[in-house]
Each structure stands twice: as C-alpha cells, then as structure tokens.
Write a protein that binds this ligand. Structure first.
Ligand SMILES: NC(=O)c1ccc[n+]([C@@H]2O[C@H](COP(=O)([O-])OP(=O)(O)OC[C@H]3O[C@@H](n4cnc5c(N)ncnc54)[C@H](O)[C@@H]3O)[C@@H](O)[C@H]2O)c1
Length: 252
C-alpha cells in the first residue's frame, strides 16, 4: 500500500463521509497523517463514523450535513475552517442511488437525485475552492460512475448526474489548471457499500457475473485510487475521469 508523506497535517473535507467509500477514504487519508472533517446526513451516522475513524488514532471531526442546503453546506465548511483553519482536499462523496423505471419516475424522484448528486457537489465545491485558489494548493475528487459512462437501466436520473460529474471535472479543470488546484473524477463500478448491498441475491449474482474480475470492488480499492489522485504523486493528473471497476467498462 502506498504511503503519502505529504498528507501529514493536511486537512480533508469529505461529504458522505459516513458512507462506504467516504469512510474508507477518510481512514486511508487519516492513517497517512491527514486531519479529517466529515459531513453526512444524520448526527448518529456522523458521530459513529467520527468515533470509528478516531479509534484508529486519526484526528477527525464532523458535522451534520445536507448537501442540498446552501446553509448546511456553509455551516459544515465554516465548522471545518474553524477547527482546522484550511481545507487542502475535498472529496465530494455524498450521493444517492434509487432504482426506478423512467416511466415510473416522478419529477420529485428526478429532482431529488439531481439535487443531491449534482447540485450538492456544486455547492460544496463552490464554497471550498476559493480558499484553495488563494492558498495555491488543493485537490478535489468528485464521483462519476460506471452508470455515467455506459448508462444503467432504472437509473436515468443517477446516470445523468454521474455523467455530469465528468463534464464538471473537465470544465472546472480549464479554470483552475494554473492555480495549483487539481480536480479529478473517479468512476467506480460496483463497490461493496450500503449503496449497493440492499439488492436481491439474484441482482447481486447478475452484477457479479457482469464484472470481468467476477467480484465487487471494496471501498478501500476506491480509497487507494482517491488517495493517489489527491496526492502530489498525481501532480500532472487533472480533469480526468478514472474508472475503478474490475474491468466492467474499458472504453471511456
Ligand atoms: N458503491 C458503488 O458501487 C458506487 C459506484 C459508482 C459511484 N459511486 C458513488 O460513490 C459515492 C459514495 O457512494 P457509496 O458507495 O459510499 O455510498 P453510501 O451510500 O455508502 O454513501 C453515500 C453517503 O452519502 C450520504 N448522503 C446522502 N444524501 C446526502 C445528503 N443530502 N447530504 C449529505 N450526505 C448525504 C449518505 O448518508 C451516505 O453516507 C457516491 O457519490 C456514489 O454515487 C458508488
């Protein structure tokens, strides 16, 4: 496993930090000396995740967050700034994924996913980026998906938001490329997290058989790629979407 000296005394803000990939990323960063601030939807899940991360000897804190609310995102960013004084890394992992045929989808179903997966990423990135640009240092990760690259039945809203992450990444890249800040997008395939593990055994088997490596990815396998992309080892990687999918999609 790669270690990253430069994470020592850096600060990472992770939305959806109590979730599978967010928490694995927090631990990976924290075990390399990074300080962590996580935001997630309930006090219970934030407190639980902070306690679990801190139990590994990591300096961690967090606050309740609803990424769809400007006030809530601002409060989380302010709390992180008050605690640690800066934000070096942003991992915008908060997201939802709901099965629904397009023809059964209400406008509310559509808007809820757009609000969390797309507008929520706008809000937190918009609030964190200026201090990164001012300090001429920062690295941002947003989340695409295999569903955003090749599409996914029952997930038109989700897929649309995840394809949008690739567009956001490419476009923001042009605005920050000379500022010392990098943004990249990760596009996981099927990763073993609460988001994916609620399906039927039949669905799990179908998914497994569709993956060339014939297994789901583990959250830490995504966290390892995120840590690399955030680190100075990836200093010339910017504006990219990096698939992490056991071979499921090979053409991006
Ligand atoms: N697990 C996968 O297979 C997979 C595949 C591709 C992309 N992704 C993406 O990776 C990211 C992390 O997903 P995960 O697999 O860890 O899922 P997860 O469900 O374990 O974590 C997502 C977290 O986001 C939080 N969240 C939801 N709505 C929120 C809101 N309004 N405000 C704040 N937090 C909110 C949830 O409480 C949860 O803790 C997501 O963006 C997801 O779309 C996951």
């Amino acid at each position: 496993m790669a270690n990253y000296e430069e994470f020592k005394d850096k600060v990472a803000l992770i939305t959806g930090g109590a979730g599978g990939i967010g928490k694995a990323t927090a631990k990976k960063m924290g075990l390399n000396g990074c300080k962590l601030f996580i935001g997630d939807i309930t006090k219970e899940c934030v407190d639980g995740a902070v306690a679990e991360i801190a139990a590994e000897g990591i300096d961690a804190d967090g606050s309740v967050l609803d990424v769809t609310s400007e006030e809530s995102v601002q409060a989380m960013v302010d709390a992180c700034m008050k605690k640690y004084g800066k934000i070096d890394y942003l991992v915008a992992a908060a997201g939802i994924y709901r099965d629904k045929m397009f023809t059964d989808m209400t406008f509310e179903d559509w808007k809820q996913t757009i609000d969390i997966n797309l507008n929520g990423v706008f809000l937190v990135t918009r609030m964190v980026l200026p201090q990164m640009i001012r300090r001429k240092y920062g690295s941002i990760i947003v989340f695409g998906s295999q569903a955003g690259i090749r599409g996914s039945a029952l997930h038109t809203n989700y897929s649309a938001t995840k394809a949008a992450m690739q567009g956001l990444t490419r476009s923001l890249m042009y605005e920050v490329a000379t500022s010392g800040v990098r943004i990249n997008c990760v596009a996981p395939g099927v990763i073993r997290t609460p988001m994916t593990m609620s399906g039927s055994a039949e669905k799990m088997e179908k998914w497994t058989n569709s993956i060339p490596m014939r297994r789901f990815g583990e959250p830490v396998e995504v966290a390892n790629v995120i840590a690399f992309l955030l680190s100075d080892d990836a200093s010339y990687v910017i504006g990219q979407t990096v698939p992490i999918n056991g071979g499921s999609v090979v053409n991006t």
